[in-house]
Design a protein around this ligand. Structure first.
Ligand code: 6PG
Length: 247
């Protein structure tokens, strides 16, 4: 499906648009299914979104019906600054009335293999048959300067039909012990919203959106929901290399 590309002046405007997607998707899902399944991302880009959801926007969501999951996690305990769960908890989840039982974190401290297996079971508990995992109502993703998304890095394995995968590759010279959901799970979501900002991502954004399909090199290209919407929320700086026909 062709992505919808939305360009914003800056991170603030982009984050407000991302918060509005949360509110709209939550309202629709709760109306239709009495619950809203959302997968959050880590990294620096979503922190303003999390702040907005915890403050200006918190009364616009029925948090009792929200179930929070993660698209990937670093294999560290929640107290570690690198924990995506820890970040979302500190900025968002501890400030809203989401029941503890609705927070489904990847248990990074178990290590990649165990945490991956454990999270497959968590996802199974919310499966939308015949899938062995849920159809997320909304998935937020970021994109690295190298075109990775979640913890799907360039050159990472693609075989297998499992919903989660342990990641142990070295990434930018740092050991990257992580767990990631796989493209099959992201691609069965009802909506995937990428967020990318900054000039440093402009070339990669052009490659991912405009150039030929080369997902080995640009894993973000693997994200293409079969029966859902794919929305790219980007700022002017990240969009600066996009040709007119993609804007
Ligand atoms: C993480 C995610 C990763 C992230 C991108 C973009 O770091 O938790 O796994 O895929 O979304 O690397 O990160 P920034 O938002 O920090 O640029």
């Amino acid at each position: 499906m062709k992505p919808e590309i939305r360009i914003f002046k800056d991170l603030e405007e982009l984050s407000r648009a991302a918060a509005n997607l949360f509110i709209e998707q939550a309202a629709q899902a709760i109306e239709a299914q009495n619950r809203f399944l959302v997968a959050l991302n880590g990294g620096g880009t979503p922190t303003r979104l999390f702040e907005l959801l915890a403050t200006d926007y918190h009364e616009s969501v029925d948090w009792s019906q929200v179930h929070a999951f993660w698209g990937d996690e670093r294999c560290v305990p929640p107290e570690d600054a690198g924990s995506s769960y820890g970040q979302a908890r500190d900025i968002l989840l501890s400030h809203v009335l989401i029941p503890d039982a609705n927070i489904h974190r990847i248990i990074g401290e178990l290590g990649p293999a165990e945490a991956s297996k454990d999270y497959s079971l968590t996802l199974k508990g919310f499966a939308s048959p015949p899938l062995e995992w849920p159809r997320f109502d909304l998935v937020y993703l970021g994109m690295g300067e190298d075109g990775h998304t979640a913890s799907l890095f360039p050159g990472s394995p693609v075989e297998g039909s499992e919903p989660t995968r342990p990641v142990t590759a070295h990434y930018q010279d740092r050991p990257a012990n992580r767990v990631t959901l796989t493209p099959a799970v992201f691609n069965s979501a009802r909506m995937v919203a990428f967020m990318a900002t900054g000039e440093k991502k402009a070339n990669t954004l052009l490659e991912v959106l405009g150039a030929r399909y080369n997902p080995e090199l640009y894993p973000a290209q693997r994200i293409d929901p079969k029966d859902g919407r794919l929305i790219w929320l980007v700022d002017e700086a990240a969009a600066s290399k996009l040709p007119q026909e993609l804007r």
